[in-house]
Design a protein around this ligand. Structure first.
Ligand SMILES: Cc1cc2nc3c(=O)[nH]c(=O)nc-3n(C[C@H](O)[C@H](O)[C@H](O)COP(=O)(O)O)c2cc1C
Length: 352
């Protein structure tokens, strides 16, 4: 067979694929890449609760290439942080290849390419889900990144741009041929953004045809959802996004579900202790201002479903004084020690 110059080297690709297949053998639940959420601290917190693989927030390839410090900071990994993936987005193959080389120097286990982001700012510049409408360019990007680095490359997609242009089978086939070592599928189109419910049928269809690990994603908010997604699709692992915000316990819940053990959300004491520890580490890493802003993303979700939180919520959102916020949580913990709930309301957070 004559190999095209841009075909991934088959021996090298086989090595990368074996590495990723081996990695996913030990992976059940994955913490999704989430912009503004999955920083170094939150990834560590989720790992401590049972996330088997975590991803950094997505990183602009152009930002990396232009030496933007804030962008490079997003790729910072912990000293023993494995397995972990760095996700890149962009639309220029050369820039993505250069960014992948910079990312590879930091030692991730995976470099993931974002082909699913629905946010207008990204799509306008032909990145994220816009590439679902331009498979030749997506193909070029994957080949360029695969050729640029020794680290295995994976991809994350949606079902297509819209109901009228669903193309997940064609996209996943192309991704495999271009050298992707695993594919995550969010069961929505770009036009759906976060509306309606995720369609898991296509994840099963792709899994039945694929030769690389397929990771299912979309609307997993409980251990029962996790088991259902795996059973209905046969996917190799499940990626969790919104359910993890302010709720690293989702990974404990999934572990319990896998073991057939009963699950009850943690008592107030454990929730507040986890939140305060998370806050402390976030502030130590990012400084008081950014650390607190990051935590405000999580506060409401940590407390969702627990009794009499309205006043506490008001107090912590009104203040930027860390000792005041800490005391408010400590007082709540003392007043409600031991209180448990049956199940938290499902998370409903979305991005544009
Ligand atoms: C706040 C937020 C930020 C996100 N950022 C990213 C991102 O950086 N990269 C990415 O591939 N997906 C991102 N997503 C999408 C999620 O990874 C995931 O595909 C989507 O939320 C569906 O999964 P879920 O139902 O478990 O939330 C983000 C989602 C949210 C809610």
């Amino acid at each position: 067979m004559i190999r095209h110059a841009s075909d991934p080297d088959s021996g090298e690709l086989a090595r990368k694929r074996a590495a990723v297949a081996g990695l996913y053998e030990g992976v059940q639940a994955v913490l999704s890449p989430m912009a503004g959420v999955t920083d170094l601290v939150f990834r560590a917190v989720c790992r401590e609760h049972g996330a088997d693989l975590t991803f950094c927030e997505f990183v602009s390839a152009d930002g990396v290439v232009h030496g933007n410090d804030a962008t490079r900071e997003l790729m910072e990994l912990g000293p023993d942080e494995h397995p972990v993936g760095i996700q890149l987005f962009g639309a220029d193959p050369a820039s993505l290849a250069e960014a992948a080389r910079a990312a590879a120097d930091l030692g991730p286990d995976i470099i993931d390419l974002n082909f699913g982001c629905p946010v207008r700012k990204i799509v306008k510049r032909n990145g994220g889900s816009a590439l679902l409408c331009n498979l030749p360019l997506m193909d070029e990007i994957v080949r360029a990144v695969v050729a640029a680095t020794d680290i295995p490359v994976t991809a994350k997609i949606r079902l297509g741009w819209s109901d009228g242009s669903v193309n997940y089978m064609e996209t996943t086939r192309m991704l495999e041929e271009a050298g992707a070592c695993a594919i995550t599928i969010h069961g929505r189109t770009r036009e759906q953004k976060f509306s309606g419910s995720a369609d898991w049928g296509p994840i099963g269809e792709v899994k039945a045809a694929a030769t690389v690990p397929i990771i299912g994603n979309g609307d997993v908010f409980s251990g029962a959802d996790y088991l259902r997604l795996r059973a209905e699709t046969g996917c190799d692992a499940v990626m969790i996004a919104r359910a993890a915000i302010g709720n690293p316990f989702i990974f404990d819940e999934i572990t319990a579900a896998m073991n057939g053990a009963p699950w009850q959300p943690p008592a107030v004491d454990r929730v507040v202790t986890t939140l305060l520890d998370h806050m402390q580490r976030e502030i130590a890493l990012k400084g008081p201002r950014t650390g607190l802003n990051r935590m405000k993303r999580h506060f409401a979700s940590y407390l969702r479903g627990y009794p009499r939180v309205a006043e506490l919520r008001k107090a912590v959102f009104a203040s930027n004084d860390i000792p005041t916020i800490r005391s408010a949580f400590e007082d709540y913990r003392s007043a409600h020690a031991g209180i448990q709930i049956e199940s938290a309301a499902p998370a409903g957070e979305t991005v544009s």
